[in-house]
Design a binder for this molecule. Sequence first.
Ligand code: FPP
Length: 245
Amino acid sequence: MNEGELLSRVDKSKLPRHVAIIMDGNGRWASGRGLLRSAGHSAGVKTLKKILTTAVNLKLEALTVYAFSTENWKRPLAEVDFLMHLFSEYLEREKREMHEKNVRIRFLGRTEDFSPLIQSQMRDAVELMKNNTGVKFNIAADYGGQDEIIRAAQKLARRVASGEMPAENIDAAVFESELDTAGQPPVDLLIRTSGDMRLSNFLLWQAAYAEFWFTKTPWPEFTPEEFIDALIDFGKRARRFGGVT
Ligand code: FPP
């Protein structure tokens, strides 16, 4: 099926505003083929490119992907180094095309532990795309949901301590304004590939009322077709947000 036929399967009025993806299974996919885990991550980047293109074509409002968690530093040094190299290469290679597609990039998470080169590539990419009005594409890198909430709490505590506002002013909206996703809609649909059914410290606040969609397909084999299946399935869900229909 070509991209046009694929997109025509979707009822645009029932699309999620914000989709988040845990791109899991690169390592197992590669090992299962007798390849190095790094080959799985390289294949994963190709999948990411296709899924971002589909998100652009569908005019999704926001897409967030989990590229590197605060816990991923515990992986063998060679794998961490490879992921860093891939990340750097990806930003350098893809930023022009993303910009042409009107994508607006943002990074969620800490940035200070990345190399100076990667930190400057991240800043350059954000700067290049800062006035774009298309898909808000968030890459969670050195990201943990608990860490993000702690950082937000620290920022709020500082604002209260400085006398800028009383503690009673902190409500959900004020709290959200200090999260890495400030100004973006909550996650409507959370997709996780490769069979595990857990949140793994991803977008703990933002996914409070997210619909979940799990697939056994490993990330390198995830396709725009399956992405669209998930979006169509989302359109059939009855969302009550704690209320009644
Ligand atoms: C999970 O697979 C994937 C990751 C930890 C990294 C995801 C990274 C990419 C898709 C490529 C790099 C991203 C960018 C933005 C350049 P896993 O290694 O946990 O697989 P496993 O569960 O099978 O071991």
